[in-house]
Design a protein around this ligand. Structure first.
Ligand SMILES: [Zn+2]
Length: 465
């Protein structure tokens, strides 16, 4: 008979939920405009990092804050270090929540709040896993560092800073994705296209906005137009929203018409999970006589981005037999008359294709409109062999505790797992639970958090015993 990890975790249920709720109340959205030397990513992420590290201190762990960018909670000693990589920042909440996104509630066995599933719930489960390993008093031969990043949802500044200033763990996992286990992640790169801001048709586009982050399918979009036939446009819009898979609202002020569309936000790594409000709004506007850059902006969205996440309209679809499809998310679509139009596309690419190839495909189309392309920093595809002891140990614990036998998988990625050469993502979204990450009314079932904590506890012990 082994140690009863499930029971060890269950004994801490109320305490875990209280700690989690306190974390969820911190509005830890990155905001570099409010950055200070102590809070390089803004006050929210800083407060959340400090709070999590304080839990570690309270529970008798050694902790370290690495210049407000990241931090760790440490346990055990040994030559080898297991890294557990979570994050305390959250996506912006977005519109349409049924209740306050930063005031967690438990309803029907689910805890609702921004960050419940991504990543405060899973991080707290992993933390309690570590805590019960410590409390077990069982001997261990390796060190654990539970590392917290503050900028996972944007550019990983926090975790990159940590890895630049602290020794890298020898192996590890990130509780920031799904069970059973992700041993392969696609590469990730964004391209930004800049258009001019001219108009020229009988209808003028004043403003077009869609999207909050490049790695998120825009759930909301808005356009303000003026010029000929506004009545006709308004009527056509009410017909459009009846037939398209979006909802919407038109608002008239003097000589301007504002059209707002709501689709479905989703994580940008699989755009097919969402409904892009921005590209749908553009398909409606395309029927009207816009000119200049405004017309190019709208035409480009409709002809190349709308419902085309596999780059099929660029003639650039690509798939790898092990790692899957190259995907594209049209995450940010913005136009301001007289200034500029910009579109940010986020790509997830498997092994076998390079960012330069993607850029060339986009260039071929946009060069006709003098659009300027800039390419962000790329993260290469990442893969850990299925027979690596890290993979076999974690999968073994998961299978034992859940009584299932689901295999490891490759995803559109971008988890912290890739920061370690032998790094994987492990939990905490269970296969039978909807993926609520980055979505309106984000939640995580409380039982799943408890189940995850027990899986993490046994996993940590098995990896460091
Ligand atoms: Zn996350």
């Amino acid at each position: 008979m082994g140690y009863d990890w499930q029971q060890a975790v269950t004994a801490h249920r109320d305490e875990l939920l209280a700690d989690l709720k306190a974390m969820l109340r911190i509005k830890s959205v990155r905001n570099e405009r409010q950055a200070t030397p102590d809070a390089p990513l803004g006050p929210g992420p800083q407060q959340a990092l400090d709070h999590f590290l304080a839990l570690g201190t309270r529970d008798g762990f050694k902790t370290k804050n690495v210049d407000g960018m990241a931090g760790h909670i440490e346990f055990g000693t040994g030559n080898e270090t297991l890294g557990i990589l979570g994050h305390v920042d959250v996506m912006p909440a977005g519109d349409g929540w049924s209740h306050a996104p930063f005031d967690p509630i438990i309803k029907d066995g689910k805890i609702y709040a921004r960050g419940a599933m991504d990543d405060k719930g899973p991080s707290m489960a992993a933390y309690y896993g570590l805590k019960v390993v410590k409390e077990s008093g069982l001997p261990v031969t390796k060190r654990v560092r539970f590392i917290l990043g503050t900028d996972e949802e944007s550019s990983w500044r926090g975790m990159k800073y940590y890895f630049a200033h602290m020794p890298a763990p020898d192996f590890g996992f990130s509780p920031d994705a799904e069970f059973p286990l992700i041993n392969g992640e696609k590469g990730n790169v964004s391209l930004k296209l800049k258009f001019g801001g001219t108009n020229g048709g009988t209808v003028m586009l004043h403003q077009f906005t869609a999207g909050l982050r490049e790695n998120m399918v825009p759930g909301n979009a808005k356009a303000t137009v003026s010029g000929a036939c506004l009545d006709e446009i308004e009527q056509a819009f009410s017909r459009f929203i009846k037939t398209a898979p979006v909802s919407g609202k038109a608002t008239r002020t003097l000589d301007r018409l504002t059209l707002a569309v709501t689709g479905k936000a989703a994580h940008g790594m699989e755009p097919r999970e969402g409904i892009n409000a921005g590209t749908y709004l553009a398909t409606f506007l395309k029927n009207y006589d816009f000119g200049g850059d405004a017309a190019h902006f709208i035409t480009f969205i409709v002809n190349y981005l709308h419902e085309a996440s596999r780059l099929e309209k660029f003639g650039a679809a690509f798939s790898d037999p092990v790692m899957g499809d190259l995907t594209m998310n049209a995450g940010l679509l913005n136009f301001t008359a007289g200034q500029t139009g910009s579109i940010t596309l986020n790509f997830r690419y498997p092994q076998g294709i390079e960012p330069a190839t993607i850029r060339t495909a986009i260039d071929r189309v946009t060069s006709q409109w003098d659009a300027v392309i800039s390419v962000g920093e790329a993260m290469a595809p990442h893969y850990v062999a299925l027979d690596d002891p890290l993979v076999t140990t974690l999968l073994g614990v998961y299978h034992r505790q859940t009584g299932t036998d689901a295999p490891a998988e490759v995803v559109g990625g971008g988890t912290y797992g890739r920061l370690m050469k032998r790094g994987v993502a492990f939990g905490a979204l269970f296969p039978d639970c909807p993926n609520m990450m980055h979505q309106v009314d984000e939640y995580m079932p409380v039982e799943d958090i408890m189940k995850a904590a027990a899986i993490y506890a046994e996993s940590i012990y098995e990896l460091i015993k």
